[in-house]
Design a protein around this ligand. Structure first.
Ligand SMILES: Cc1cc2nc3c(=O)[nH]c(=O)nc-3n(C[C@H](O)[C@H](O)[C@H](O)COP(=O)(O)O)c2cc1C
Length: 381
């Protein structure tokens, strides 16, 4: 592909280079995938108001997310197994975010560990936490995030149990993977990916292996451990427990209901993310952008409201801001860039989104992203 002009170009390149089982892991939602698709479709249904003859010079996209300066109100979302999309993928994405000036969030289920990402970067990143049954391990994990200088903890609330993705089951996706014959054949055609992976620092869960007794990185012990560790008993008392242990900025991710949003504000968290996990958990839930306005209304200024799900362009970002989000996260959009072109691909995805956001804001008659509100949305007469 000669010129990359949009995130969709990055997705196509990513698909070309990446083994099917890892591509499918990213490009899928749970069950019928209706929520996964609605996340993007509902953005497309929102229309913008075109304004003219407004001074468009000196535009600014800079803002703040939980008191942290950001080049634009977009952070990289936590994504598991990122180091299998590209060797040391978490490090590459963290470096790209750092050079661009937006936050990077490391998943609990990353390949590179907290310590490895910290050693390879120079600015603090955010750490995403799944609370598991082994609370001693979680306590140690929070301690490791503190020691690594992480500047916020993002607690994910919507994965007490696991949604089913048909493709992952059919592909035999696990860590390490147990691919089907068809996938082994497919793997053999992805030479660039294979050569890249030969140089990977590691190919298992860096935050887990070596930190849990009996977990030695072999497939059987990892699968047993992961299956046992999701905790369906998680409740708001656990959120308080995490908040006390962490003691720093806390972001609650995976809120889709105004009542839950009010609880999040009551518990004193700094931000919440309106998110359905990119359509990977409750299939049949509304899109995140559809759920956003009621949540903004429910909590007002008591907590920063962000959103993720379906963002593939700067136009999507501005629509989220127009409906009251103070910040956004991107998942797949940066993964496409990473799989396509490594660190440079993540920077490319961010640049594309920044340019689209900047021009769209100007077309809507604004010069500062902090002035975006619902007046930029077109309402049918
Ligand atoms: C491949 C993949 C892995 C993910 N892993 C995690 C994870 O480990 N922790 C988490 O909180 N969310 C995870 N998510 C959800 C993202 O953080 C985010 O909510 C979602 O990707 C946003 O939707 P988008 O991909 O359409 O931008 C994952 C999403 C994808 C696509």
């Amino acid at each position: 592909m000669s010129v990359i002009t949009c995130v969709e170009d990055l997705r196509r390149l990513y698909q070309r280079y990446t083994p099917r089982m890892f591509y499918d892991y990213v490009e899928s939602g749970s069950w019928s995938e209706s929520t996964f698709h609605a996340n993007q479709a509902d953005f497309a249904n929102l229309k913008l108001r075109q304004r003219v003859l407004v001074d468009m010079t000196n535009r600014s996209l800079a803002g703040r997310m939980i008191d942290q300066d950001v080049a634009m109100p977009v952070a990289l979302a936590p994504t598991g197994l990122t180091g299998l999309q590209r060797a040391d993928g978490e490090i590459l994405a963290a470096r790209a975010a750092e050079s661009f000036g937006v936050p990077f969030t490391l998943s609990t289920m990353s390949i590179c560990s907290i310590e490895e990402v910290a050693a390879a970067t120079s600015k603090p990143f955010w750490f995403q936490l799944y609370v598991m049954r082994d609370r001693d391990f979680i306590e140690r994990l929070i301690g490791r995030a503190k020691d690594a200088g992480c500047s916020a903890l993002m607690l994910t609330l919507d994965l007490q149990i696991l949604g089913q993705r048909h493709k992952d089951l059919k592909n035999g996706l696990g860590v390490p993977p147990k691919p089907t014959l068809a996938n082994i054949v497919n793997l053999a055609t992805k030479v660039r990916w294979g050569i890249d992976m030969l140089g990977a620092t590691r190919r298992n869960f860096g935050n887990l292996v070596g930190h849990i007794e009996g977990l030695d990185g072999d497939s059987a012990s990892l699968q047993r451990w992961s299956a046992e560790q999701l905790d369906p008993t998680l409740d708001w008392n656990d959120v308080d427990w995490v908040k006390r242990l962490w003691g720093g900025k806390l972001i609650l991710k995976g809120i889709m209901d105004p009542e839950d949003a009010r609880r999040a504000a009551d518990c004193g968290a700094d931000a919440l993310v309106v998110s359905n996990h990119g359509g990977r958990q409750l299939d049949g839930a509304p899109s995140s952008i559809a759920a956003l306005p009621a949540i903004v209304e429910a909590v007002g200024d008591r907590i920063e409201v962000w959103m993720d799900g379906g963002i593939r362009s700067g136009q999507d970002v501005i629509k989220a801001l127009a409906l009251g989000a103070k910040g956004t996260l991107i998942g797949r959009a940066f993964l496409y860039g990473l799989g396509a072109l490594g660190e440079a691909g993540v920077v490319k995805a961010l640049e594309l989104i920044r340019n689209e956001l900047d021009l769209t804001m100007a077309f809507c008659g604004l010069r500062d992203v902090r002035d975006v509100d619902e007046r930029i949305l077109w309402r049918a007469p």
